[in-house]
Design a binder for this molecule. Sequence first.
Ligand SMILES: [Zn+2]
Length: 227
Amino acid sequence: MGIQQSTTNNTLLSAPKHLSRNKRIPKILENQILTALAHYPELKNTNIRFVFTRKLKSSIMAARPVVQTLLGPRHQRTYEILIKPVFKLRHSIQPIHRVSDEVLIGWIGHELGHIMDYEQRTTLRVAKFGLLYWLSKRYIRKAERVADTFAVNRGMGSYILATKDYILSHAELPQKYKDKIARLYLSPDDIVELVAKLEEKNSTEKQEELIKEETDIVEEINTESNS
Ligand SMILES: [Zn+2]
């Protein structure tokens, strides 16, 4: 696993179990989550719950503050990292715990990057952030870049790349898109969203194709019965 030696945080990193302080971690992803957490010593006291949920729509993981805890004292602020237990990427249906360790560590590392971003904000600024995130495409881009940057700066670059590669290779996107994504600075979230949009477009195209096919058949029948 990717736990590196560090002179400043030796005890923490050599005893990864200590990383679970103030965390709620599902057993099935424990190793991957602890490895990602080892890169974020700043979050060692932060309350974070990792929660499996089927409610996520366009994403596979998402980090958010628990709203009620924003109103209490700062040290009680709690975050949730929501994780979809089973997801679909184009043709494959994938239980999350079957995804390779590297990819999962990168994905969790990205979400922890979002929490680092939240942690630097006062309650008011977290609220404003939430609002802007929903309202502005450009703001989303920025927030996603910030999350990736936190992860990369903490030595998680190879994990983050593994996550992107994984999503890209399972998305079965045309080479043109893959090249574009490789050039752009896109987060795992961005890629998942792009794939979802493409699928939507494809299904509309497919529907149009079907209608055209039906129209053709009707025309053929008409021509035949007329001759
Ligand atoms: Zn994200």
